[in-house]
Design a protein around this ligand. Structure first.
Ligand SMILES: NC(=O)c1ccc[n+]([C@@H]2O[C@H](COP(=O)([O-])OP(=O)(O)OC[C@H]3O[C@@H](n4cnc5c(N)ncnc54)[C@H](O)[C@@H]3O)[C@@H](O)[C@H]2O)c1
Length: 389
């Protein structure tokens, strides 16, 4: 799509880690997708913390900084809004963005539960605006290639799979009690944070889920409360002498899921897995083969394909131009794309949706489907056993 040259006025709400990643993606859109003919204008950033919004202005050149996100949404110069605030604000902000007639690029998991994601989906549909959700592991060229190979029968009929997101960001017991650990502020714990991606990746590769059973656990039940003005220790660690508050959501989830096509999927996600750093990936077994992607080696797949069954070799397959959007970033195979690149790919889909009026995934229906699976995991873990979706 080329279209006429035009500008899009951009607002970013929540200038933390992902707000910065979204702003970087807007800044790089033309580097990789000049053919879209769109020049983003950094109109405004909103953050309740002055230092955070000032840093975003200094770094990305936003023309205006707001302390109240409502002012940003009311700004007539803004056509598209990145919502990268904490989960508890997704519903209210997402609904308000759509109701103001602005296009919405919102981070996963879209609220605290499926009802929140549904409310945002309804608002986007009612307003006739575009909505894109931050399920960026779909945007990895190797994921796109893996999905294609599975669909093309390279491993026969898919039978069973494993999806994992294991990491250690919450493994230190002195990690402070941020919004992520509260039910009202963060909603689900590792479910919303990591399992939301795992469910989406599973659906992207293997189709919709029919049901699941899950168990969850909290391994670090309390953490130091971050005192106003208090010093933090090392990498976001709290004062060992500070009072402690309760962790209200799960550190770990293990689930068995079944797709409508009958594929059994083992899911395991942890935010407290000592020794694991972003050990994310998916492995799919089929009647004649195996295919695997690991986040830590993003530009390659492991593929076993053929007709020899036992002792069938597994090859290392480097993905290159032709796999997903790889060619937009690198000219050859084995030059991997990055985490930030996935957000540029996601943004390009969002912008194409705005230009054409036809939505590209991941959309809000995907956030609702993921959130319904997460809610089902909570019910299952609380004693409901197998939950049909
Ligand atoms: N797609 C991914 O890979 C990915 C990765 C990390 C986080 N996320 C999602 O991004 C979102 C933000 O996560 P993060 O890691 O950037 O968190 P963060 O804590 O680094 O940033 C959140 C920002 O929102 C600001 N904020 C809080 N209340 C606000 C308010 N009322 N108005 C405006 N700003 C407010 C905070 O001051 C902070 O700067 C979450 O929903 C999270 O699930 C997605």
């Amino acid at each position: 799509m080329t279209g006429a040259q035009r500008t899009i006025g951009v607002g970013v709400i929540g200038a933390g880690w992902l707000g910065d990643v979204h702003a970087r993606a807007w800044g790089r859109l033309r580097h990789h997708y000049a053919d879209l003919g769109v020049t983003p204008q950094f109109v405004a950033v909103a953050d309740s913390v002055p230092g955070a919004r000032d840093a975003a202005v200094a770094k990305h050149g936003f023309a205006t900084a707001y302390g109240d996100w409502r002012e940003l949404i009311a700004d007539p110069r803004i056509e598209a809004v990145s919502v990268t605030a904490p989960n508890a604000l997704h519903r209210e902000i997402g609904v308000a963005v759509a109701a103001a007639g602005k296009h919405l690029w919102i981070e996963k998991p879209v609220g605290l539960c499926a009802a929140d994601a549904q409310a945002v989906a309804d608002a986007v549909a009612a307003a006739g605006v575009q909505g894109t959700v931050g399920f960026n592991y779909r945007a990895v060229p190797a994921s796109a290639r893996l999905r294609e190979l599975v669909a093309d029968g390279a491993i026969g009929m898919p039978t069973h799979a494993r999806v994992r997101l294991l990491t250690d960001y919450a493994a230190h017991p002195l990690g402070t009690l941020t919004w992520r650990y509260g039910l009202a502020s963060g909603g689900h714990g590792v479910l919303g944070d990591l399992a939301s991606h795992a469910v989406d990746l599973t659906r992207y590769v293997l189709g919709d889920l029919a049901g699941l059973v899950a168990r969850t656990a909290v391994f670090i039940p309390e953490r130091p409360v971050l005192q106003e003005g208090a010093q933090t220790y090392g990498h976001g660690l709290g004062d060992p002498e500070a009072p402690k508050g309760a962790v209200e959501n799960e550190d770990y989830v293990m689930a068995m899921m079944r797709t409508h096509a009958g594929v059994l999927v083992a899911l395991e996600c942890s935010r407290v897995a000592v020794g694991e750093q972003n050990n994310y990936g998916i492995e799919v077994h089929g009647t004649t083969g195996l295919i695997e992607w690991d986040f830590r080696t993003p530009g390659e797949l492991r593929l076993s394909t053929g007709s020899t069954y036992a002792d069938q070799p597994t090859q290392r397959l480097f993905v290159g131009p032709g796999a997903g959007e790889h060619g937009r970033f690198q000219p050859g195979s084995s030059i991997p794309t990055s985490y930030d690149d996935t957000k540029v790919v996601e943004l390009a889909g969002f912008v194409r949706s705005i230009l054409s009026g036809t939505s590209e995934g991941p959309v809000l229906a995907d956030a609702v489907a993921s959130a319904e699976a997460l809610d089902a995991m909570v019910r299952s873990a609380a004693g409901a056993g197998w939950v049909t979706l």
